[in-house]
Write a protein that binds this ligand. Sequence first.
Ligand SMILES: [Zn+2]
Ligand SMILES: [Zn+2]
Length: 239
Amino acid sequence: MGSGDAFCSGGRFQTCIALAPEASAPPHVLIDCGATSLVALRQQQIDPNEIDTVLITHLHGDHFAGLPFLVLDGQFRRRTHDLTVVGPPGTGARLAEAMETMFPGSSTIQRRFTVRVRKHTDRRASELGPLHITPFEVRHASGAPAYAIRVETTTGSVAYSGDTEWTEALLQAADGADLFLCEGYSPAPTRWHLDLDTLHHHRDRFTCEQMLLTHLSPTALASDLTGWHIAHDGLHADL
Ligand SMILES: [Zn+2]
Ligand SMILES: [Zn+2]
């Protein structure tokens, strides 16, 4: 849904990945929900009310600030089924603060559905419906731990780096995955983010089937991307 950085460089929406665990059904799971995610979902004709699970990598606005809009949209459009958010420790408080900042009173109002918030525990796998979810703590300052997230179903597996400096945890998160979505923020090393030089250095160590770069800054978008696969908004992948 969204392959951009925090500033929508290149006209790309902020991070949002929609998963359809059952090929016959529309997507109902998101990995990250940046502030622009509602418009991104609607452009792809996905009803936000159909989303029942949101997995959050870390608590920066370009990865979680779409949640208040997702919740309020459900409230105004008479959503009735519950929403589960799985994120870093502190996600519930940060979501309530974000809602109160943008729409005072919105975090405590009575709704027809419940927003359940669960927290990641580093490398502890959990089951959620058809999803087998494993978070791997990475290196990115956001006021709470940040995670790469690996999601497996009976038919496929996908991993996403989130935002992070280089860490060996990425190799484990992506190990054998059908698709690894990886931050490719800058051409050269930048604090708290992944760069193409470092990724190139480690590239042969990844055992994923395919790596797709996302979350590119303006300098990365303008650099020589020959040999890399680059995500774009609206990209569809069958796993
Ligand atoms: Zn980001
Ligand atoms: Zn970030």
